[in-house]
Design a protein around this ligand. Structure first.
Ligand SMILES: NC(=O)C1=CN([C@@H]2O[C@H](COP(=O)(O)OP(=O)(O)OC[C@H]3O[C@@H](n4cnc5c(N)ncnc54)[C@H](O)[C@@H]3O)[C@@H](O)[C@H]2O)C=CC1
Ligand SMILES: O=C(O)C(=O)CO
Length: 324
């Protein structure tokens, strides 16, 4: 008998077929409060779990006595209780690398659209206010040759540094837990402490995972250290930035603007002040959302689960210590 797995995301037909070759698939389109009881019931027999979104915490894991492997269709895994999974020998797989370049493109889109006020000015023109050449009230800021500060020089940070250095002639500074020799040698990037990064950057780009250490890493004190002409970009995870502190800084014009793809609570409420501030570009978590990359992420996650349950895991594992 094939092992049972739960799928909680709609997959392209070919990827679903690939899963069905190996497993009996119990499908849920996504996890909602309405289908939670059915999901918990299905978990009783599931050996694998694949999908994205939703909190897979201890209360969920307690309902999954047969679970052997979990495969998230994302690189971030902050919504999983990895510690409990590791204690129970459950393999946690994720999808690094396949989305790196696409997310770095999204960061550049946010840098350009906030600095050049692309969304605001396009809306202004669309509303019929374009009667002649624009005046300085609609001017933006240059991006080229400005200093980019990358917080988290990992895979995405590195791809961003490449774009900023090679494409826009931007000096690159960064903070991480340790220096990244590749960033230094390829992009002439300079490792510095967080305070220096905040004080010197024209664009502070957050490309960090959400952990206990990074939660609210950017709050009142850090925003106060940024230049009034600087822009904060967050494509890491919402809770890395204290949203109330950010809104305050933006309203008081203590920083120039913000480009945000991630928020403390997603979806961001339609009545959030962030949607009303003209100096904010707020995107609905689309960092990796292209047809090609979302397909590649799903394919990677499918292969990850098949390998974790039927083969030998060598890559894409968050907790390799559980592999026997
Ligand atoms: N907006 C979106 O759609 C997407 C968001 N992400 C987010 O981006 C994050 C980064 O992704 P990757 O670059 O692939 O991960 P990565 O693991 O390659 O890079 C993260 C970097 O952050 C550093 N770091 C971790 N904790 C730190 C701390 N306390 N202080 C300083 N540096 C610290 C790590 O050393 C590492 O170099 C993901 O964890 C995810 O949360 C990823 C993909 C899409
Ligand atoms: O992969 C992730 O971590 C995302 O946020 C979505 O691509």
């Amino acid at each position: 008998m094939k092992p049972s797995i739960i799928l909680y995301k709609i997959l392209p037909d070919d990827l679903l077929a690939r899963l069905e070759q190996h497993f009996t698939v119990l499908p849920f389109n996504r996890l909602t409060s309405e289908n939670r009881q059915d999901f918990l019931l299905a978990l009783k027999q599931a050996q694998g779990l694949i999908g994205s979104g939703g909190q897979i915490d201890k209360s969920v894991l307690d309902c999954a006595p047969a679970l052997k492997a979990v495969s998230t269709i994302s690189v971030g895994y902050d919504n999983f209780d990895v510690q409990t999974m590791t204690e129970r020998g459950i393999i946690m797989m994720h999808t690094p690398t396949v989305l790196t370049e696409t997310v770095a493109d999204t960061v550049m889109a946010l840098i350009l659209s906030t600095a050049r006020r692309v969304v605001e000015v396009a809306e202004w023109a669309k509303s019929g206010q374009w009667k002649g050449s624009v005046g300085s009230e609609l001017f933006g800021l240059d991006v080229h040759h400005k200093t980019i500060g990358i917080l988290g020089m990992g895979r995405i940070g590195l791809a961003l540094a490449q774009r900023a250095h090679g494409g826009f002639n931007m000096p690159v500074i960064y903070n991480d837990r340790q220096p990244n020799p590749e960033a230094n040698s390829r992009f002439n990037a300079r490792f510095c402490d967080l305070d220096t990064l905040l004080a010197e950057s024209d664009f502070v780009c957050v490309s960090l995972p959400l952990t206990e250490q990074t939660h609210h890493l950017i709050s009142d004190e850090q925003l106060a250290k940024m230049k009034p002409s600087a822009i904060l970009i967050n494509t890491g995870r919402g809770p890395v930035v204290d949203e109330a502190a950010l809104i305050k800084a933006l309203k008081q014009k203590r920083i120039y603007g913000a480009g945000l793809d991630v928020f403390e609570k997603e979806p961001l409420s339609a009545d959030s002040e962030l949607f009303r501030l003209p100096n904010v570009v707020a995107l609905p978590h689309i960092g990796s959302a292209t047809h090609e990359t979302r397909y590649n992420m799903a394919a990677c996650a499918v292969d990850n689960l098949i390998t974790a349950l039927t083969g030998k895991v060598t890559v894409n594992c968050v907790n390799p210590q559980v592999i026997k």
